[in-house]
Ligand binder design. Structure first.
Ligand code: C2E
Ligand code: MG
Ligand code: MG
Ligand code: MG
Length: 288
């Protein structure tokens, strides 16, 4: 009886499942095969020193070319991959591919890689980072891991231990999307970050909105006080860039400074002119 009821409840659930929930299940299924089917690639977005315009490095951003849907945004599929656990395999592919590609650039620019909470809390994470560095030959100082505050809060002691382990390898860590979490200030003190990335939502119209400007000035002051360089994300206009330069913000990233693009777009800097992704890395299917 109870079983039958359970079944009815389940059927009811299925029938009432919104289009959104069904869509999510299909995405989860497709994501599990996407690495092996070579549907991912990386694009790279410039990070520049604001005072000089000098290129410092790139943030690697994942792109998924779905066979039917076309390009699916990471803002859509990364949360799905985090829930299903597929992010572990995808994250390894991103890390390995970014390091292998960066190791071949002719200039020693940095490569910033986004790390999700699920990866950070996996007990093998720092060992995997170490293995990828050894295999790719990338100098550890050229790798920067971007971690959001929300990734820290699930298990702070473990997150701290992992950050210390990757830092001991010589890898740098940046706090991503700063200002959008909820305990920013204590986290900045408790964790060994090397850089603060102010979320793009605070840069939009920073030159024309006094309240936003006050927040950005406060974050820049915080960075100065803590001895951490600040990177402004989402710089879209010359006006925003001028404001940041006047306020001595160290680093900028955004459409005004360069859109995320295939690495061959930056051939003069990287020396990469052919297809960005190495066939061996693809065939390995991301396993390390
Ligand atoms: P994020 O790490 O904060 O990356 C910055 C996002 O802002 C990117 O979106 C980038 O394309 C976008 N962006 C850059 N400049 C501008 C600008 O001037 N204006 C505006 N409006 N947007 C700008 P994207 O590539 O769609 O990625 C979205 C998010 O997905 C990322 O936010 C990150 O949280 C996640 N993500 C992307 N790639 C990866 C990855 O390889 N691994 C993991 N775990 N997450 C990733
Ligand atoms: Mg990022
Ligand atoms: Mg960000
Ligand atoms: Mg973000």
């Amino acid at each position: 009886r109870a079983k039958a009821e359970g079944k009815d409840t389940y059927r009811y659930f299925e029938a009432s499942m919104g289009a959104e929930a069904r869509d999510r299940r299909v995405l989860e299924h497709d994501l599990r095969q996407a690495v092996a089917r070579n549907e991912f690639r990386l694009v790279y977005q410039p990070q520049k020193e604001i005072s000089s315009g000098r290129m410092i490095g790139f943030e690697a951003l994942i792109r998924w070319q779905h066979p039917q849907r076309g390009e699916v945004s990471p803002a859509v599929f990364i949360p799905v991959a985090e829930d299903s656990g597929a992010i572990l395999q995808i994250g390894e592919w991103v890390l390995a591919t970014a390091c292998e590609e960066a190791a071949r650039w002719k200039n020693p620019l940095t490569v910033a890689v986004n790390v999700s909470a699920v990866q950070l809390h996996n007990p093998n994470f720092s060992r995997k980072v170490h293995e990828v560095l050894l295999r790719s030959g990338l100098a550890p100082g050229r790798l920067e891991l971007e971690i959001t505050e929300t990734a820290l809060v699930k298990d702070m002691p473990r997150a701290l231990a992992t950050l210390r382990q990757v830092k001991a390898l010589g890898v740098r860590v940046a706090m991503d999307d700063f200002g959008t979490g909820y305990s920013s200030l204590s986290n900045l003190r408790a964790f060994p970050f090397d850089k603060i990335k102010i979320d793009g939502s605070f840069i939009k119209s920073v030159d024309r909105n006094g309240q936003v400007a006050a927040i950005v000035r406060a974050v820049l002051g915080l960075g100065r006080g803590l001895g951490l360089p600040v990177l402004a994300e989402g710089v879209e206009t010359l006006g925003e860039l001028r404001f940041l330069d006047a306020e001595a913000c160290e680093i900028g990233q955004g459409f005004y400074l360069g859109r995320p693009s295939p690495i061959e777009t930056f051939g003069e800097l990287t020396g990469v002119t052919g297809p960005a992704v190495n066939d061996d890395a693809r065939q390995r299917g991301g396993s390390i």
